[in-house]
Each structure stands twice: as structure tokens, then as C-alpha cells.
Design a protein around this ligand. Structure first.
Ligand SMILES: *Cc1c(COP(=O)(O)O)cnc(C)c1O
Length: 434
């Protein structure tokens, strides 16, 4: 399989090249030249297959020659090392719980697949791959966990000192080994600026094999298709489900739409947004107008210019009418999201995190308008990650799952650095010499 750049269709890369590069050199996003169809037997027998077999069937055509069958199977098995159950909340709404991975968020799956692919490629090119990331909290933790102990890779994380939560800081700073945390005396914007400067620095690129673990990386995007198929394998209702996805950068829903073009067989998709409603407005006006992002209680969805929007256009050949047939979008404010968390907790004894709650509202509204439908919401984060929001509503404490509880006693190891490129470069060069 080859991938073209959305900025220039004649620029092509294979799976390995596109995964290592992340973004195309012309700043476009990689997109597959063709979308494979799942074969009939695969769909018919999906309930009898293991998670890894399902994952392999979906990803093998995308990976092509870049990774041999045995290695790819192992990578996928290792990626899917946690449960992904479909839980029934009420008569019509089910939740696909994607938050049982090591950092309790759906991003674990894509980050784990990417880390293992990069580790595999590092051994074939005979060089250590250095992943550089700036984080405001969550992404850094998922990336650190995913790359920890992956041979041939190291991760350098820049995070703003004093501006991440205690749990998040532990998730960034307690791994050691190949994970280095640089605690920057500045804010998240400083971290992002410094990462960009390192990426465009000639000396750093000569010394290190640098890459990012950005969410636009095809390995993260494509591997997310797997859990949509796992949802279908657990779907026992008669009619195909409507699927509601808590959306920010639109990467998650973009994977679902892709799976559906391959034969997933869902009825419809809803992009559930918080007040950052660029995509919702696009679907009503056909005008795409990016806005500065606004802070909400579902902060991983606070995105004013979703990077995967272009992939959705590509998928439907830029035909607005066709796109509207497959996907709707709604937007909710924090007050109605809090109300939803309380109602669902009181009526169904199910605790939603603020992101998943946005999707619940959208599906609930859909079902009111289409009483014969049933559907699935994607549970993108464990409620304990947003304890301060949910505990205020439920008036009871949420217990820390073992994955998180165990790191709270570990010792923080970080290197405090000034927010200047000089200081970052010196620190990274010292680390690289070890
Ligand atoms: C990242 C994230 C989202 C948004 O996912 P996109 O792929 O960016 O649309 C939703 N919920 C949670 C908890 C997240 O971390």
C-alpha cells in the first residue's frame, strides 16, 4: 500500500516511510491510495476470531511489505493487551469502553501500535529513533507508557513545570529507562515552540534520528479501526448501530469512517463535540471556519482547527452531500454535559467521563428522533481521570484503578530546563551521549 500527501498527490510513501515521517514533507497528511474492502468471510466469522486476528485482517493490507506477517501479528497482539468491552447502559445505548489501557484513555491503543512499529523499523535501519513530544498533560503520558522499554526508541517529553496534574506528572516522570522528561520553566506554548525549533535544527537532525508521535501519524489513525470491528463483534442487536464519537481532532471518528468504507456495516456516525464546534458548523453551512479553541471540561476535545478534517474530505472525494449521508455532528456546552453525567449516573448507575458524556447526549438525542435505532458511544477516558468534575456531580469518590495507583508512590525524575532552545539542545545532547 502507498500513501499520498493530501497537499500533493504525486508525493507517495509506503507504510514504513509514512510512519517514520509522521507528516508528509509538504505538511500534508498521508492518505492511502486505495481503501481495502474486508472480505465477506471475515465479517461473517468475526465473532469467532481473536482480537489480534481481527486486528491483523484489518491492518495487513495497509502495512503491506513494510512488516512481515509474523512480526505484525506480534505487534498487534502486544498492542491489544487490555480489555475492550461493549457495556450496555440502557435499552438503546451501549458504551465501547476504550479506557482500560495503561493510561486509561483510548489514545493508548494508537500510541502502542505506533511505538511497536517504530521499534521494529529502528532495528531494520540500525539506528535509535528519538521521539520528541510537547505535552500539556495527557498525550505525553500515553506516549511515554507506550514507548517505555521499546528497544531502539527513546522519548524526550517537554512539559510545562507546575502546569500538569499530579497524576499526569507521575505518568511523565516515573518511567526512567528510555523515557526522559524535561520540565520546562514556561507554559505549554513554550514547550511546543521549543519542539518545533529542535525539529528544524540542522545540528540536532544530524546527531539524532528525530520523529514525532503526533496523532496524525498513520499508525495511530489506522490502528484505531480495530476497536470499531471489536464493537461489531460484540454487537448482538438486530439492526446496525449508530456510532457516536467524542471528537476533537477527528482522528478517532476518521478511523471509524474508514472502517465503514471497508465494510464495518454501521448505520450512521455522529461527531459529538463540545463548544468547539467547527465541524458541527461545517455540516450545517458547508463552510469550514477554524476558531481559537475554547476551554471546556472535556478538554481533550478543545480543538479549534481539527487536523483530520482534510482526511474526512478526502474519504468522500470532497462531495459534501455524500459526506452528510454518513455523518452528523452536534455540539453541547459544559452545563448540559454535567447534567448528562448526573442523569446517567442516577438513572443507570453508569459513570461517564466528560468526553464520553458528550457522545451520550448526541446519541440519546438521535434515538429520540429515530425511535427504532440503537447505538454505541465510544468511551474515550476513564471517569477517574476527571475526578474533580465527576465527583462534584456524584458526591462520591471514584477509586483509582491499579494502573494509576501504583505510580503515585514512585519517585519523580525530571530535568528542569530554561525555556530556551540553547538550554534544550544542551540537555538533549547530554542525554544522547549516554
Ligand atoms: C483525544 C481525545 C478525544 C478526541 O479524539 P480525536 O481523535 O482528537 O477526535 C476525545 N476524548 C478523549 C478522552 C481524548 O483524550
Amino acid at each position: 500500500m502507498y500513501y499520498y500527501s493530501t497537499a500533493n498527490k504525486s508525493h507517495k510513501a509506503n507504510f514504513k516511510e509514512a510512519t517514520i515521517a509522521g507528516q508528509a514533507p509538504d505538511k500534508g497528511l498521508y492518505f492511502p491510495v486505495e481503501i481495502p474492502r474486508w472480505n465477506e468471510t471475515f465479517i461473517k466469522n468475526i465473532r469467532q476470531l481473536s482480537k489480534a486476528e481481527i486486528g491483523y485482517e484489518i491492518l495487513a493490507p495497509y502495512v503491506g511489505e513494510s512488516i512481515q506477517k509474523y512480526d505484525l501479528l506480534k505487534i498487534i497482539e502486544d498492542t491489544l493487551s487490555f480489555d475492550i468491552p461493549l457495556k450496555q447502559i440502557n435499552d438503546t445505548i451501549f458504551c465501547l469502553e476504550l479506557f482500560h489501557g495503561p493510561t486509561l484513555a483510548f489514545k493508548d491503543l494508537g500510541a502502542r501500535f505506533l511505538s511497536r512499529c517504530l521499534g521494529h523499523f529502528a532495528s531494520s535501519i540500525g539506528k535509535k529513533i528519538t521521539v520528541l513530544v510537547a505535552t500539556s498533560g495527557d498525550t505525553g503520558g500515553a506516549v511515554a507508557d507506550a514507548f517505555h522499554s521499546v528497544v531502539g526508541t527513546e522519548v524526550i517529553i517537554l512539559y510545562p513545570s507546575g502546569k500538569v496534574s499530579p497524576v499526569q506528572e507521575k505518568q511523565l516522570t516515573t518511567f526512567g529507562d528510555n523515557i526522559y522528561a524535561l520540565e520546562v520553566k514556561g507554559d505549554f506554548d513554550d514547550c511546543q515552540r521549543l519542539v518545533k525549533e529542535v525539529f528544524s535544527d540542522k545540528e540536532m537532525n544530524e546527531r539524532l534520528f528525530l520523529t514525532s508521535a503526533n496523532s496524525i501519524n498513520i499508525s495511530r489513525w489506522l490502528s484505531q479501526q480495530i476497536y470499531y470491528a471489536l464493537a461489531m463483534a460484540q454487537w448482538k442487536e438486530q439492526n446496525p448501530p449508530v456510532i457516536a464519537v467524542p471528537s476533537g481532532n477527528l482522528g478517532n471518528i476518521c478511523a471509524g469512517l474508514l472502517a465503514n468504507l471497508s465494510g464495518l456495516g454501521s448505520k450512521h456516525f455522529i461527531a459529538a463535540c463540545n463548544r468547539n464546534d467547527v465541524f458541527t458548523r461545517y455540516l450545517t453551512t458547508e463552510n469550514y471556519v477554524p476558531i481559537p479553541s475554547q476551554a471546556t471540561i472535556s478538554n481533550a476535545m478543545d480543538v479549534g482547527d481539527p487536523s483530520n478534517f482534510i482526511r474526512i474530505l478526502e474519504m468522500f472525494n470532497y462531495e459534501f452531500k455524500e459526506l452528510k449521508k454518513h455523518i452528523s455532528s452536534v455540539s453541547y456546552d459544559d452545563i448540559s454535559t454535567q447534567h448528562t453525567i448526573a442523569t446517567v449516573y442516577n438513572q443507570h448507575h453508569y459513570l461517564l467521563d466528560p468526553h464520553t458524556a458528550v457522545a451520550y447526549q448526541s446519541l440519546d438525542a438521535w434515538i429520540h428522533a429515530h425511535p427504532n435505532d440503537k447505538g454505541i458511544i465510544l468511551g474515550t477516558a476513564h471517569p477517574v481521570k476527571f475526578a474533580s468534575v465527576v465527583e462534584q456531580i456524584t458526591r462520591s469518590t471514584v477509586e483509582l484503578p491499579s494502573q494509576v495507583a501504583s505510580i503515585m508512590d514512585k519517585e519523580k525524575k525530571s530535568i528542569l530546563v530554561e525555556p530556551t532552545i540553547k538550554s534544550i539542545k544542551e540537555t538533549i545532547i547530554q542525554l544522547a551521549d549516554f
